[in-house]
Ligand binder design. Structure first.
Ligand code: FPP
Length: 261
């Protein structure tokens, strides 16, 4: 994706000691970056604050991650905001998160307009609280015509549920006669996932040091490079993002084959 090099250099002025913009190859920035934003609760608890305060602080990191992605020319940024398993959290925390999603989205819409960002949702958003769902629809409508970066927010998302849903959609098409069972291949399945039309992530970042996929994009992450950092999500900055890309660019991707030297 096109990006404004002048803006990018200004954005990355004043580097810390261990990383600079020059350390990465701007021609090889991953097209799709996905993030498991983890550690909000621990960040808050370490400061003697309630867990929801950690989520509120996490919003600032998310805004910075969106801006960073746009500046670097990333085509798609996807983030895991709420899983199908997260309903098991205390009701008060779930309520706050639903409220935060809706409020933040409304508040951040000007950023999407300014940066030509198109919004997508991954997950079953129809079963969310009415107000949250309504605001999400509003966000989709307002950004539908944008052709800049895609920002995909995974809410009420679970990879196994997504695959079961795809199987149902395929079965329906087969029963109705619009799909021949012999034609069912990887592409047919991909087209029935929430991520249809998007490239698979090239880089997955997980914060807070956990080495798990947590039922996230299990199909789409087949060949994705992973980067795990101990940094807690509310502390994650544009420089941590750069460190992740530097690590990604230092790897040889084989896609199951061999790399010729
Ligand atoms: C993980 O931290 C974070 C979440 C489950 C919620 C993510 C939400 C945000 C970053 C808030 C803003 C999001 C939007 C879309 C406006 P955790 O609670 O699992 O932390 P812990 O592992 O330390 O308990």
């Amino acid at each position: 994706m096109q990006f404004d090099e002048q803006k990018l250099r200004e954005y990355y002025a004043d580097p810390p000691e261990d990383i600079r913009l020059e350390d990465i190859d701007l021609a090889r920035v991953p097209s799709h970056v996905s993030i498991i934003m983890d550690g909000n609760g621990r960040w808050a608890q370490a400061r003697g604050l309630s867990r929801p305060k950690g989520h509120v602080a996490g919003v600032d990191s998310l805004r910075e991650a969106v801006t960073t992605s746009v500046r670097l020319g990333v085509d798609v940024l996807s983030v895991y905001a709420f899983s199908t398993e997260n309903w098991r959290r205390p009701q008060k925390e779930v309520d706050l998160l639903m409220h935060l999603f809706a409020n933040t989205l409304l508040k951040e819409l000007p950023l999407f307009h300014q940066e030509n960002v198109k919004l997508r949702f991954l997950g079953d958003i129809e079963s969310l609280p009415k107000k949250t769902y309504k605001v999400f629809q509003e966000g989709l409508e307002q950004t539908a015509d944008y052709d800049g970066m895609v920002f995909a927010l995974a809410v009420n998302y679970g990879a196994r549920a997504e695959l079961a849903r795809a199987a149902r959609l395929i079965a329906k098409d087969a029963m109705q006669g619009s799909l021949d069972v012999e034609q069912i291949d990887e592409q047919v399945l991909s087209e029935r996932l929430y991520t249809h039309g998007l490239p698979d992530p090239e880089l997955l970042i997980r914060t807070s040091g956990e080495l798990r996929l947590s039922n996230y994009l299990l199909w789409q992450l087949a060949y994705t490079e992973m980067y795990v950092t101990d940094v807690l999500w509310p502390d994650f900055t544009r420089w941590d993002y750069l460190r992740a890309i530097r690590s990604f660019q230092g790897r040889r991707r084989r896609f199951g084959g061999v790399v010729e030297s």
